[in-house]
Design a protein. Structure first.
Length: 254
């Protein structure tokens, strides 16, 4: 099939295949690098927010963390169902904030169906690392069909006992939005590039076909014994060399 195509069509096809391959390779690489860069940025922000937020809470709500019955306190402030603490930190970080008494979320700014997600338990892997081992947990989690870069820190009372967890999270929606914008921009660029390529190929092949038509007509007439046509193509490309050979033959026979 390729052998039956016109030269102009072959050139156009080759150019488009090269452009498609180049666009796919570049697109995949750029998308991966952007996702990686934003993901790293989110991780760094979540870690930074976690440290700064606890320091801000200590300053705004002084006093030790403690448990009284089923309630968690920060100094004189009762934390259970208290939006003041999480809203205060959320304004600073722009992310999501939760406080846990042991493994149960007692206050948060996470909302689903206009209802705050209070009373839910943390994942077992988080509980094991943060509550049981007293270590900071960092990783991706899902709340209400949304992905967050999360950091969980242990909350200790005045005796150093872990009594809960402090959570801050950064939404991955920014990553999705950035990747979507890049994909749209790349698609627009590719379409423009394709249109310009088609125009350039058309201009190039139009001149090529014109020269080939002149050469073909002269060769057909030569086959009938008519060498009256003269061809004077400028340049040193293959068509000009064929035209030069034709002229040499015409002069020798003349």
């Amino acid at each position: 099939m390729f052998g039956r195509m016109r030269i102009s069509s072959k050139i156009l096809l080759i150019v488009l295949v090269i452009l498609c391959t180049f666009s796919i390779v570049v697109g995949i690489n750029v998308t991966y690098q952007v996702q990686k860069s934003i993901s790293t940025s989110h991780e760094e922000k979540a870690n930074s927010d976690a440290l700064l937020s606890l320091a801000a809470v200590d300053k705004e709500f002084p006093g030790e963390w403690r448990v009284e019955g089923d309630d968690l306190f920060k100094g004189a402030t009762r934390v259970n169902s208290n939006s003041e603490i999480v809203d205060y930190i959320a304004k600073i970080t722009g992310g999501t904030v939760s406080v846990y008494l042991n493994d149960v979320r007692v206050t948060t700014n996470l909302v689903k169906n206009n209802k705050k997600l209070i009373g839910e338990k943390a994942e077992s892997s988080i509980v094991k690392k943060t509550l049981e081992k007293g270590e900071i947990y960092s990783g991706k989690i899902e709340f209400s069909d949304k992905t967050y870069q999360a950091v969980y820190q242990p909350i200790e009372d005045q005796y150093g006992k872990v009594i809960g967890m402090w959570y801050v999270g950064v939404s991955d929606e920014l990553t999705k939005s950035a990747v979507k914008e890049i994909v749209i921009m790349m698609l627009i660029s590719i379409v423009i590039l394709f249109i310009l390529s088609i125009i350039c190929v058309w201009i190039f092949t139009r001149n090529l076909k014109k020269r080939l038509a002149i050469l073909a007509k002269a060769m057909r007439n030569a086959g009938k014994g008519d060498f009256s046509a003269t061809i004077d193509f400028k340049g040193k490309d293959e068509i000009a060399l064929v035209a030069y050979s034709y002229e040499q033959m015409r002069k020798n026979l003349g």
